[in-house]
Design a protein. Structure first.
Length: 478
């Protein structure tokens, strides 16, 4: 890929119910030379209660939250246009595959925009943290690091940037974090010239699936309880190397384990035996999260693999891959574990925002998005009946309520406001942020700030508290 986008987002709360309020990105060429940058902010959506802690972390004042140039709806449109402008690109952030990507998914979903723009073809997606973990495991001198409380090298972005001598005064603002990600990746690229292109090869789901299906022994990388680990693992039988429920989970066998005693065990016997292994005999590669997969020579240099003859490792890999029944039993075990989890999952009602990964939006509706967004607010209201997916209709109603409430019929306006009030004024410990939960959080943060005699933070918390009170006052009469 000739172009890379490094991005970051700052948010108000969790990925499902929270909103992105700041977006920053740096566009670079394949040599990491800067081409363009973007930094934009959006207002908090009407009817959402923010997390005080999140606002403190990303230095967002109530004024920034409520008086920015972009409404949340227009802000998400600007982000979508940015990614569309630079398609195709390799898109990455720092820990983005576990957080920022999910935030984008859900924010686009709730705004009737295609959720997967960052990693649907022809775009590709990677994660700077994964690259840093692999680079640091191969050569601990790649980056200067400090230790976490648990005594492990920290690869947190702010910590790494500070240890490399970069300016971190604006850390936890979107553009600053995107730019510091770029600066760190430049160091890694310079010190790992021979591996850089290989680091990037797993930036599509299809590329990882290809590796898992073919005969191979690889060096793979995981973070286990804060420690960066490298494993030597071989592929399974190509017909039984993926999870039957979680299609993006692929399996490999850790070559430290001799598979021979387990090849003829029953499913139940094998399941009980695999539970006893530490480290685990099975390693998981999540094909949609850009795992780093390198040549076997790297892990072969480290214990316990360096204590084994290469012929022994090759024999183990051959036994695993060629024993279809054994690999099928592994697949069955993992399907049964997933089924058991599904049966014990909470039966509480889920709301529309939680259903993104449960059911795809029909193609008919995603095709309608462009027309819907380009229409007048009056036409947007009329077009809601065209959506096949009721979730799109609900989100569309809520967008109109937030952006152009005057065009809603009175009954519909009242219903939307009442539903928002029901959620945010709940006294229960909900999955989303309520007014009551916000007050509890603010009280806790005030105690901490008082103990530190932090008058600046106390003043910020007072402002946030007043803002929450204004939200409560507006909706308590809904």
């Amino acid at each position: 890929m000739d172009r890379i986008i490094l991005y970051d987002s700052e948010t108000t709360n969790s990925s499902i119910f929270g909103s992105i309020i700041e977006f920053g990105a740096v566009v670079v060429d394949k040599n990491l030379k800067e081409l363009e940058k973007v930094s934009i902010r959006g207002r908090l959506p009407e009817g959402e209660v923010p997390s005080a802690k999140a606002l403190l972390v990303n230095s967002t004042s109530v004024d920034l939250l409520t008086k920015g140039n972009f409404s949340h709806y227009d802000f998400m449109g600007a982000i979508e246009r940015f990614f569309s402008k630079y398609t195709p690109s390799l898109i990455m952030g720092w820990h983005n595959t576990n957080f920022d990507r999910r935030m984008l998914h859900h924010n686009f979903f709730r705004n009737n925009r295609y959720p997967y723009i960052t990693h649907v073809s022809p775009n590709q997606e990677h994660d700077g943290l994964h690259i840093a973990r692999a680079a640091q495991t191969l050569n601990p001198e790649t980056l200067k690091t400090e230790l976490t409380d648990a005594g492990n090298p920290s690869l947190a972005l702010e910590s790494l940037a500070r240890m490399q001598g970069f300016d971190t005064s604006a850390s936890h603002t979107a553009y600053a974090d995107a730019y510091n990600s770029l600066m760190i990746l430049r160091i890694i690229k310079n010190k790992h010239k021979d591996n850089w292109e290989t680091f990037l090869k797993t930036s599509t789901k299809a590329s990882v699936e290809t590796l898992l299906k073919r005969e191979g022994i690889y060096s793979i990388f995981e973070n286990v309880k804060g420690r960066n680990m490298m494993y030597l693992a071989c592929t399974l039988h190509p017909n039984h190397c993926f999870h039957e429920r979680y299609e993006s989970w692929g399996y490999l066998w850790d070559c430290r384990r001799n598979p021979e005693p387990f090849l003829d065990l029953s499913v139940n016997q094998l399941r009980d035996t695999l539970k006893k292994f530490s480290p685990k005999a099975l390693r998981v590669l999540k094909t949609n999260k850009a795992p780093i997969v390198l040549d076997k020579k790297f892990a072969l240099k480290q214990k316990p693999y360096s204590d084994l003859e290469l012929s022994t490792i090759l024999k183990r890999a051959k036994m695993v891959r060629e024993n279809e029944k054994f690999c099928k039993n592994i697949q069955t075990i993992n399907r049964e574990i997933a089924d058991e989890k599904e049966q014990t999952k909470s039966q509480e009602d889920i709301v529309q925002e939680e259903t993104l990964y449960e059911k795809f939006i029909p193609n008919k509706d995603t095709a309608l998005f462009k027309t819907w967004h380009s229409s007048s607010w009056e036409d947007k209201l009329r077009l809601l009946d065209k959506f096949q997916d009721k979730r799109c209709s609900w989100f569309g109603q809520k967008i109109i309520y937030q952006e152009a409430p005057q065009i809603l019929p009175p009954d519909l306006y009242k219903n939307i406001k009442s539903e928002i009030a029901r959620r945010i004024l709940s006294k229960n410990n909900e999955k989303w942020q309520t007014v009551n939960m916000a007050y509890t959080e603010i009280d806790y943060l005030r105690d901490q700030a008082s103990n530190r005699d932090d008058e600046v933070e106390l003043k910020k918390l007072d402002e946030i508290n007043e803002f929450i009170m204004s939200i409560e006052k507006k909706y308590e009469i809904a």
